[in-house]
Ligand binder design. Structure first.
Ligand SMILES: [Zn+2]
Length: 120
């Protein structure tokens, strides 16, 4: 059985952990990245955050080193709060709420609007 809830750092239950999973395409619903979509690279349940490809990219300064004699910057995906993310439905072309539906013994998540099935 998949774990339904994850204990948050403050002891509360994080329901939102279950909405978003690795490899989901999600859309940011608030903040500077609002409206942007990306693929979830990693979910950090303990922090209530996820790392999403191309979202919340920060320039990370590199110290001068032998490999980088000039120093410089690299783009780094920073964790973004799960509460700012929603699963992105390709049919509805927007972030949607999902329903958990049991289908042939497996639970799938479906778009509440168009019933598009998301993985797992
Ligand atoms: Zn949909």
């Amino acid at each position: 059985m998949p774990q339904r809830f994850c204990e948050a750092a403050d002891g509360g239950l994080l329901v939102s952990v279950h909405r978003i999973r690795k490899n989901d395409t999600v859309v940011a619903i608030s903040g500077v990245n609002a409206g942007k979509t990306g693929k979830v690279l990693k979910v950090l349940p303990a922090d209530g955050k996820a790392i999403v490809e191309g979202l919340n990219v920060a320039k990370k300064a590199l110290k001068k080193s032998q490999a980088n004699p000039q120093g410089g910057f690299v783009d780094k995906d920073r964790p973004i709060s799960l509460s700012k993310l929603m699963p992105y439905c390709p049919n509805c072309k927007k972030g949607v709420r999902t329903a958990r539906v049991r289908e042939g013994g497996v639970v799938v998540r479906k778009c509440k609007i168009c019933r598009h099935a998301f993985g797992g």
